[in-house]
Design a protein around this ligand. Structure first.
Ligand SMILES: [Zn+2]
Length: 828
């Protein structure tokens, strides 16, 4: 890197600190209701305060800030607040592991702290303080807020809170009391994700990588194949209708299996599955354990028929998936087809007698258009499957066949002949249950396994009694959510479908745990409301917290207080007296909410659609009147680095705190906004970061230039003025449609080319040049606010550019003919 560029970087960092200090001191981004001004309430997710953020998170927050800054310059009174989420078990888990001397956890947190502290003794002291969970939350919320300041985010901090604050607990108590009264909260027995180490229910937020691997509860049908009197081999399936095509059973020969008394019957299932069915309410007594080999070569019956099928070795069978016993339907399941072909080709290799397998042929039971008699065979050929080891190809083949059979397959044999596959499953289950041959078995499904709790414990599905749920299944609630979604802008629009689907499938969802940080469930205080359930309408809390804290004792924040603040219900004089404030003060609280609500825009990253964002819609429609329902959700994709995913294990994460040290705030902001549209993944590439940095330096140099006093204007002055105004017009339109990348390409890169051309071929006239600078710097201000302030000051202005007006295009100065005439001549 050249010396010049190093100097430029130092200059940027100095400028950035200078303006951050001025913004803070003069409370430039503080937001107060101004009844005569249009308001704009934009929120980004409050970060979880259990560790530092990285450049991927930074994309979401920077995008939110750029929009907030643009809207402010467009004349809106903008509220852009921030808080910290600390609910649940992760923060307690960090403390517990540090107290227990867990080396990995100590090492990781030492690293996190040393990102911010140089002195080893200070690092140790802070690490030691992490033995108390409150200190973990306080430390990380404090460093994240300083990271945000160092990136120039125009946040108002006056409304900052954490979800562990007593005022927040009072707010959540109100919310859950209301939901309970409305019948949205119920209790019952239900299958849930469960950590075996902590013996506790867990949610997506408690699971390692939970928001990416999407762990869910999946229901299998366990089908009981009889070995002899009262001895069953229990095979698990998602497609019980294929029972009519079973040719054999697969057992992992190297796996461990168990003979156990289960609810009075004798079952054989994998050893791994014993604890799962125990937690799912079965009464289990282990009799004997043995390896899978012991079962190979034996025969079972097939429920509902007089056929017998052999048990064969299937090394691909995962003993930790459901019961670890699988039945084989080679005509319709590509895995089974490939395994059968393999074993028939070379039975000796698998340790089976030739005469057992040579007679086995696929049994076709489903007819579908476009396939031959054996759909699994066709799919294996189509995807080029050569053996059962080709997992990727087999996954694709399986997905294809299952989908096609589900949507257009028809059964061709058995008691349900001519039934459509899509309709027949519950009928087959009922029929098997009638014979005493089917049971429910739950398993965790996820995009990637194993599914592990943040505490290190294995996650299974348990069926627990007396669970508390939010019941999203009710049609009247779904209808209101659908209505809200229809009236809401979703940007990029392509994601609307995922919201629609989520509203459809959302069902009962556990909302409380027996431990963790958070708010006790008002109906039963042994339970703590979990983190996805206490973060649905927190935007409302931003509107009032600064008027409550220090004025009203938290214990006085009764439901009737919130009813008045948010819904205008109740007698203002009585409530004011109850909580100990004047009527005027109470009315001011109400007015703040009335002024700022609804949320005009919520900006976040796409993995939040299926949880946080859909709950955000549901809870708003349950608790608030229509005019307070959210108006818009905008989303951005994730950030990868040099073509691969960022992860702790790869060690390729750039923490946010490093950004102003390695690069600079404005440089990062310009890069991250200019690289990708909202719906595209940003690939962080060092080479491109440098290219953008160099362009930024060129921009800075040009902005130092004052223009020639003695030159006379010519046609190129008309040309560049036309270009500037056209740019303003385009960029404004891009911002209005949240096409931020396009906005920056126009405003920065394309304009830079035009200005270079003007300087090279034109007069560089001083008046023209100051006209350009005045417009250009304002258009760039949302993205590179520090540089913009510095130049704005150099141009002789006393105001903050952050609070200046966005330039209006002077359309009469746009001259299409001149632009056309010089379009090709002026390519530099
Ligand atoms: Zn756990």
């Amino acid at each position: 890197m050249s010396k010049d560029f190093e100097n430029f970087k130092m200059t940027l960092r100095r400028i950035e600190k200078k303006w951050q200090e001025k913004w803070r001191k003069q409370e430039v981004f503080d937001a107060k209701p101004e009844p005569n001004k249009r308001k704009y309430f934009i929120t980004v997710p409050y970060p979880y305060a259990s560790g530092p953020l990285h450049i991927g998170h930074g994309r979401t927050y920077t995008t939110g800030d750029v929009i907030a800054r643009y809207k402010r310059m467009k004349g809106y009174n903008v509220l852009f607040p921030m808080a910290f989420h600390i609910t649940g078990t992760p923060i307690e888990g960090i403390s517990a592991r540090i107290r227990a001397g867990d080396e990995e956890s100590i090492k990781r947190n030492r690293y996190y702290i040393s990102l911010y502290e140089d002195d080893p003794e200070t690092v140790d002291r802070i690490l030691k303080s992490f033995e108390n969970p409150r200190n973990v939350a306080n430390y990380f919320s404090s460093v994240i807020s300083s990271d945000f300041d160092a990136l120039g985010f125009s946040i108002t901090w006056k409304r900052r809170f954490t979800t562990g604050d007593p005022e927040y607990n009072a707010f959540i108590t109100w919310q859950f009391k209301r939901l309970y009264e409305l019948g949205h909260i119920t209790t019952g027995t239900y299958p849930i994700l469960y950590c075996l180490k902590e013996e506790n229910a867990v949610g997506e937020d408690d699971i390692l990588g939970g928001d990416e691997i999407k762990p869910e509860v999946m229901e299998y049908v366990g089908i009981k194949f009889k070995l002899n009197d009262n001895l069953y081999l229990v095979a698990a399936t998602l497609r019980p209708e294929t029972i009519f095509g079973v040719t054999n059973i697969w057992i992992n020969p190297e796996g461990q299996y168990t003979l156990a008394k289960v609810n009075g019957e004798r079952w054989i299932i994998s050893k791994d599955s014993i604890i799962k069915i125990e937690r799912q309410g079965y009464k289990v007594e282990v009799v004997e354990e043995f390896s899978g080999w012991k079962l190979i070569g034996k025969y079972t019956d097939v429920p509902g028929s007089d056929r017998k099928v052999p048990i064969l070795p299937g090394p691909f069978v995962d003993t930790d998936e459901a019961t670890g016993v699988v039945y084989s339907v080679p005509a319709h399941a590509p895995y089974d087809y490939a395994a059968l072909v393999d074993i028939k080709r070379n039975p000796g290799e698998y340790g089976v007698k030739k005469e057992i397998v040579e007679m086995l042929e696929p049994i076709p039971i489903i007819r579908i258009e476009g396939y031959g008699i054996y759909p699994a065979k066709d799919a294996c050929e189509k995807y080029g499957v050569k053996s059962q080891l080709e997992k990727d190809k087999l996954e694709k083949a399986t997905e294809q066949v299952y989908k096609d059979e589900y949507y257009s397959g028809v059964l061709t044999v058995g008691p349900f002949k001519d039934w459509r596959v899509s309709d027949v499953k519950p009928k087959v289950v009922e029929w098997l249950e009638g014979m005493g041959r089917a049971v429910k078995i739950y398993e965790v499904s996820a995009l990637k396994k194993p599914v592990v709790c943040r505490c290190g414990g294995k996650v299974i599905v348990a069926v627990l009694e007396n669970q508390w749920f939010i019941d999203y299944s009710r049609e009247d609630w779904k209808n209101k959510a659908r209505e809200a979604l229809r009236n809401m802008a979703i940007i990029p629009e392509a994601y609307r479908r995922l919201f629609e689907d989520t509203i459809e499938w959302l069902d009962k969802r556990p909302c409380a745990r027996r431990r963790g940080i958070g708010t006790p469930l008002p109906m039963d205080k042994r339970w703590i409301i979990e983190s996805l359930s206490d973060s649905t309408i927190y935007m409302a809390f931003y509107t009032v917290i600064h008027r409550i804290r220090g004025r009203i004792p938290p214990e006085k924040l009764s439901p009737s207080f919130w009813d008045y603040a948010f819904l205008g219900k109740g007698d203002v004089e009585r409530i004011a007296e109850e909580v100990g404030v004047t009527v005027k003060e109470l009315e001011e609280i109400r007015n703040e909410f009335e002024y700022w609500y609804p949320v005009d825009q919520r900006h976040t990253a796409i993995p939040h659609i299926t949880n946080h964002l859909t709950f955000f819609i549901f809870h708003h429609v349950a608790l608030f009147p229509r005019e307070k329902w959210p108006k818009m959700i905008t989303l951005n994709e994730l950030v990868i680095r040099e073509g691969s995913k960022m992860s702790k294990s790869k060690g390729n994460v750039i923490p946010l705190v490093e950004v102003p040290r390695r690069y600079s705030a404005d440089w990062y902001r310009l890069y991250i906004i200019s690289q990708a549209d909202l719906n595209t993944v940003t690939d962080w590439r060092e080479k491109n970061v440098m290219t953008v940095g160099k362009k930024l330096r060129r921009f800075w140099q040009i902005m130092q230039f004052e223009g020639n006093k003695n030159s006379s204007k010519n046609v190129l002055d008309r040309w560049i003025i036309s270009r500037v105004n056209r740019m303003i017009e385009k960029v404004t339109e891009c911002y209005e449609r949240f096409k931020l990348r396009e906005a920056v390409v126009e405003a920065f890169f394309n304009m830079l080319n035009d200005v270079e051309a003007y300087l090279k071929y034109g007069s560089a006239n001083v008046d023209t040049f100051s006209y350009i600078k005045d417009r250009w710097i304002r258009v760039m201000a949302p993205v590179i606010p520090h540089i913009a302030e510095e130049i704005w000051e150099k141009l002789g202005n006393k105001s903050f550019i952050s609070l200046e007006n966005w330039p209006e295009p002077e359309t009469e100065l746009i001259d299409g003919n001149v632009e056309k005439a010089y379009a090709t001549v002026l390519q530099v």
